[in-house]
Ligand binder design. Sequence first.
Ligand code: ZN
Length: 291
Amino acid sequence: MGTFLAGFILLLVYLNLPLVETPKEKALKRELKNMELQFEVLNKKMSLAEKVLADVQERDNNLYRVYFEADPISEEQRKAGFGGVNRYRNLEGYENSKLISETSQRLDILMKQIVVQSKSLSQITEMAKEKEELLSAIPAIQPVENQNLKRMASGYGMRMHPILKYRKFHSGMDFSAPRGTPVYATGDARVKQAKRDGGYGNLIILDHGFGYETYYAHLREFKVWRGQHVERGQIIGYVGSTGLSTAPHLHYEVHKDGRVVNPVNFYYGDLNSEEYDIMLEQAQMENQSLD
Ligand SMILES: [Zn+2]
């Protein structure tokens, strides 16, 4: 019997079980259990926060940053700064060290990700503002009223020149219209030039920023002066036939980064897709230009 009891005690010692639990130990155990429970709740809440943030990050990378043509933020950038040094050393050496340090680390990563996300959103706000400016500045309407599209007389490309009588590169689009027809700024801009300029006759050059300029040639008269700010749709002058021109018309050019481009791609503000097709077809006709 004595041997049996001794063996039982040895077993308890081996299993590291307390022989007798004092009320204080009981209370501490309860408290510990409660703390573990609290950590569990905390971790569940963090899981939820992580999920919400992951969703925001996903939209940020795949929608907002794509829309504004910014590179997505990589996983490494979003989670950077948590390798190497063990910053949770002070939490080591206790029974619940692992739980506490893992929870702290999780929270730190979450906070860091929120900072990165917040910076990205501020950047997007900036880009949105700039995009708005770009959208109002970029040439996007026809320079004269042209509802039935009959005024577009000659497109961009090689055309027979009416005065020089040989095929010459036509660097813009001709809109035939009666003398005095209003000419509109095709986007928000600053007037870079409003004066007589050789074969162009009376010429207005608008600087839209973002590398865009538009030219309005052969005008009868100006309604703006150099340095003035104009808005899309504002009357800047009137159709005429000054300079090297055979009949009243507006010669319209679009320049991007110092080079002429085909204006046909810059009427999306006032042409629907069918109208655009008609315009495109007319613009491609190998007719004679008016200047
Ligand atoms: Zn022309």
